[in-house]
Design a protein around this ligand. Structure first.
Ligand code: B12
Length: 269
């Protein structure tokens, strides 16, 4: 940091660059090699050193930068171009705005009346698989990864002879909204591609949550998740798409998902 003509100039390197993010901050470590191995084994902020009892400037700046990325992801909007590219129309849950979304997860699991009417009017019924996209807790996750994974899932299912319903986008969505969706659609499997809660480091991870015949009373125990779909240290969306297709085929074959699928598959595959 430098001061010139009343201006503050920060001359530190960008703390978010990979080599800075992973740099060892402990001065004169007793066992540098051991410390490097420890740090390489986790994304947790260890080995960052300290300035007396306080974090070092670099650690603090990195924390602020990561926190800002998380805030942007949560409060961001899914781009209209992304929805247009995937041919998605938009419906909403019973949530009014982003602040209510954060405070009332229960409302994010229910479609509003307009949404129910729109879905009923625009979607084909009883496909084998219904794919929906939701913003969830990271618009960045959807903007970056949905255009990559969606075509892989759709094409993979079609080439396996599996029928796919009319896709759409749900604003202010939580995982449990697939119960309401399927009360209208009546699909065998519903997949929701949803932005994950951002961590301090990765803010654009997508999840695919899946359920066999979701409906009233179905819970997470009846669902499966393929998580951490991101180019930033997770499963890349192209591989994840292929994995999701295989999981859907298993659900259709065993007519089950979640714990039920695991029980049915134990000893079978
Ligand atoms: C938040 C969270 C939780 C919270 C959910 C409560 C809440 N209201 O948010 C709590 C602490 C309860 C939780 C518990 C569990 N979780 Co959790 N969770 C997460 C986390 C950090 C974020 C999820 C998210 O962003 N969801 C998106 C938002 C928009 O959805 P939502 O509707 O608000 O939240 C729902 C889902 O998050 C769902 N959920 C959360 N965890 C799991 C796990 C599974 C297998 C399923 C089907 C659903 C599910 O529960 C919420 C309520 O319906 C992820 C990490 C990640 N990278 O995704 C792990 C993660 C999804 N959880 C995981 C696991 C293993 C579990 C548990 C099975 C742990 C356990 N042994 O008990 C339980 C299962 C709970 C359940 N719901 O049945 C794993 C899944 C791994 C996998 N591929 O199977 C993840 C990826 C963490 C990890 N890296 O290991 N979880």
């Amino acid at each position: 940091m430098d001061r010139a003509d009343d201006k503050v100039i920060i001359d530190l390197p960008d703390p978010t660059l990979p080599e800075e993010r992973r740099a060892i901050g402990v001065k004169n470590p007793h066992d540098l090699e051991g410390l490097r191995n420890l740090c390489a084994a986790t994304t947790a902020r260890i080995g960052v050193g300290r300035a007396g009892p306080r974090p070092r400037t670099r650690s603090l700046l990195l924390f602020h930068a990561d926190h800002a990325a998380a805030q942007d992801a949560i409060y961001g909007e899914v781009a209209e171009e992304v929805k247009a590219k995937l041919g998605l129309f938009t419906v909403k849950t019973q949530v009014a705005d982003r602040d209510e979304y954060l405070l009332r997860p229960d409302l994010g699991r229910r479609l509003c009346d307009d949404a129910k009417a729109t879905i009923a009017a625009r979607c084909i019924r009883q496909p084998q698989v219904q794919i929906v996209v939701g913003d969830g807790l990271s618009a960045a996750a959807v903007n970056t990864n949905a255009p990559e994974i969606y075509p892989i899932i759709e094409q993979g299912l079609k080439s396996a002879g599996v029928s796919v319903g009319t896709p759409f986008f749900i604003q202010f969505a939580r995982v449990g909204v697939i119960n309401d969706v399927n009360a209208i659609i009546g699909a065998d499997v519903v997949v929701i591609l949803l932005g994950e809660r951002p961590g301090l480091g990765v803010a654009d991870a997508l999840s695919a949550y899946l359920g066999y015949r979701p409906g009233p009373g179905k819970t997470d125990a009846d669902r499966d998740v393929v998580c951490m779909i991101t180019y930033h240290g997770g499963m890349n969306p192209l591989e994840a798409g292929a994995y999701v297709v295989e999981l859907i085929k298993k659900m259709l074959r065993h007519e089950s998902s979640g714990i039920g699928l695991k029980i049915k598959m134990s000893g079978v595959e």
